[in-house]
Design a protein around this ligand. Sequence first.
Ligand code: FEO
Length: 410
Amino acid sequence: MKTQATQISKSVSFIGAFDPQIRTFDIIMKTANGSSYNSYVVRGSEGVAIMDTVKKEFSKDFFARLEQKCTYDEIRYIVLHHLEPDHSGALVELMQRAPQAKLIISNRAVMMLKGLLKAEEIPFEMATTGKTISLGDKTIEFLSTPFLHWPDTMSSYLHEEKILFSGDVFGSHYYDERLFDDAVGDFSYAFQYYYEHIMRPFKQYVLEALKLYEKFEIDLIAPLHGPILRTDPQYYLDKYAAWSSEAKFRKNLFGKKMLSVFYMSSYENTQAMAKSITEGADSVDGIVASMYDLSSLDEQNMIDLLEESDAVLVGSPTINGDAVKPAWDLLSCMAYLENKAKVGGAFGSYGWTGEAPQMLHDRMRWLKFRLPVEPLKIKLIPTQEELDECFAFGVEVAEIAMGKMQEIEL
Ligand code: FEO
């Protein structure tokens, strides 16, 4: 693999590192095409700024590229847009090699700096929206873009060349040494996958960041992973705007609320409960209730349905004192979503002890669901009276989702 720095504009070069072999990133993401840890050097008439570093294991490539573009004593600033180790891994060594350089981080990164780097006495300056640094004939302006993807994240803009250094925003886990969006292979799936797994839980923050970006004319976007976006930056801005604004399902067009009943069933008893609960919920004006057998949903279905649901009810039998795995898998999908206080509830049929509904209820509390009703459990085959109880359970949750006043347990 060549370790060549690449000029990406008159005064900016790519000095990051390629990781073609990585197949899982941050535990939750598959990276079929590997990835890159992008960092850049900006050269001005009065010194240079290094924009981010790389994962520690790739430090050698990073320093090799950096040394092609500047000497260590020319470095006036080291800008860390995001402290996650894939970008801060070479920071301590870089600061040792360039002790005169000022480290610039966001105000929210301060608390993380010491914990992540395990280094004492790290000098730094804080950047907030509007703060600038000068390299003589080059000016870099900072923009606070928190939670994209950690609370510390910021972006910056190089005025003279209209370059947005966007941090993780607009990134893709997609290794391709041809670097630019018009030269690499088709990375559209990786661009969207990255959005869905990294940015989707923080849609409101994406929209706030896009508002900040709007005030700049952008000729090129330099993200922290994957292709550099130079052909039509607005296309990528528009994609993020659409994904952060649009509802996927048509129910929103009719102004109705969506209540989803997810269940697993061994002997059709929890399924019978789910059916009555769904019928009860659906009888409430303004609610569209649907039931889903968890055994037939894949993860992406679960994420999409959870995102669009105003209320979520989860049913599981109790097996060996626990809820079944697909029910836990469903709730684990909340990691990809922002939970704007969805209404929740749990239920299930059981044979001996029946812990599952209470366990799911407790987990949902930690996930910040509003839980207006106690978990509902029924021993073995539900009687008609018990099915009526399920119907009433569905009605109660649906009415609360529609705004019925109630003391709600948070
Ligand atoms: Fe690429 Fe959130 O680090």
